[in-house]
Write a protein that binds this ligand. Structure first.
Ligand SMILES: Nc1nc2c(c(=O)[nH]1)N[C@H]1C(S)=C(S)[C@@H](COP(=O)(O)O)O[C@H]1N2
Ligand SMILES: [Mo]
Length: 323
């Protein structure tokens, strides 16, 4: 099924017309119910609204969110940092130029195959997804295993809603996810350093938790390539690597799925990967973190501050064993 995405030739830069960008942005804003607002604001910020280079621009809808905080009072991380400091190893291991290297990745058309132990396997186009699932706004703290963190206003919908559409059978115990593998545009996959495609997984009950999102945007803008366009997972109580980008396949399975990081370095990256200041990475402490935009370390919160919502998932488990 990945043939649809894998088979599409990389689109040359000059084929990416401003119209293409404009249409997808407009469709997204319409779905978010803020077309009118975007249009009104565009009048106030003509420079930002009219440029055709999306990666260099702060979109107008970003300004409307500045000043918001998460439920603990933490301010949002700047849009420029969220889109300019990224981990997406299929492009590069350098966080600071993923945005440039991912520019030619145009995730359109796109579809996500949902299959395995389900009564109603389905392949959803991105248009199906945008039409079927109401996009919500969720402000989440995100914590990378490397020790930095951000506060991100995501747009998306609970993964649970998509899983309900396909009806997992009683044998389904885990959910496996796969990222697109597009060597023509993803330079990093040709290095042979990592066994792509990037794979991730969740236990089914984790996948059904209301916090677990499929995100299609952030700051009321469609996801940029570097953030995992057009659709990615967001699991805010787990280290960032669980939040797999640019998903093409979701599969319901019986056994704990292989994940890329757990396969490469199982001592360092467990399957669970819950944010836990009491369980150190073998090479560094996980007790503190740097919030991007701040200049002082802060304490890392157990379950990234979401314990009330997720603790029931791990009752009776020794989290030093299931790290
Ligand atoms: N396919 C894929 N997904 C991925 C990664 C990756 O390299 N490839 N990096 C992960 C890591 S380590 C982190 S911290 C987050 C970063 O997401 P962001 O760049 O949007 O902040 O994406 C995760 N998802
Ligand atoms: Mo990460």
């Amino acid at each position: 099924m990945t043939s649809k995405n894998q088979g599409s030739a990389p689109i040359e830069k000059d084929e990416i017309t401003p119209k293409h960008i404009y249409d997808s942005r407009r469709k997204f804003l319409k779905q978010m119910g803020i077309v009118g607002l975007g249009a009104a604001l565009a009048g106030c910020v003509p420079e930002a609204a009219s440029t055709s280079n999306p990666t260099q621009t702060e979109p107008t809808s970003v300004a409307t969110l500045s000043g918001l905080t998460d439920e603990l009072g933490n301010p949002l991380t700047d849009y420029s940092a969220i889109t300019g400091y990224c981990n997406f190893y299929e492009f590069t291991t350098n966080k600071e130029n993923v945005d440039e290297l991912a520019e030619d990745f145009v995730p359109d058309p796109w579809s996500v195959e949902v299959s395995g132990l389900v009564n109603k396997p389905q392949t959803f186009s991105l248009a199906d997804i945008m039409e079927k699932f109401d996009q919500q706004e969720r402000i989440y703290r995100m914590r990378c295993v490397e020790g930095w963190s951000m506060v991100i206003p995501w747009n998306g919908f609970p993964l649970r809603q998509l899983l309900e559409e396909v009806e997992p059978t009683s044998e389904a115990k885990y959910v496996a996810f796969q990222t697109a593998l597009l060597p023509e545009v993803m330079d990093g996959v040709n290095s042979g350093r990592f066994p792509f495609p990037y794979l991730e997984g969740l236990r089914l009950d984790e996948a059904l938790n209301d916090l677990t999102l499929l995100a299609t945007g952030l700051y009321n803008e469609p996801l940029r390539p570097q953030n995992g366009a057009p659709i990615r997972l967001v699991v805010p109580w787990k280290y960032g690597f669980k939040s797999i980008k640019s998903i093409v396949k979701i599969s319901l399975v019986t056994d704990q799925p292989y994940t890329m990081w757990n396969t490469i370095a199982p001592q360092e990256y467990g399957f669970y990967a819950n944010v836990n200041p009491d369980v150190d990475h073998p090479r560094w402490s996980q007790g503190t973190e740097i919030r991007i935009g701040e200049n002082q370390r802060r304490d890392t919160l157990y379950m990234n501050g979401y314990a009330d919502e997720v603790d029931y998932l791990y009752s009776g488990m020794d989290l030093t064993v299931y790290y």
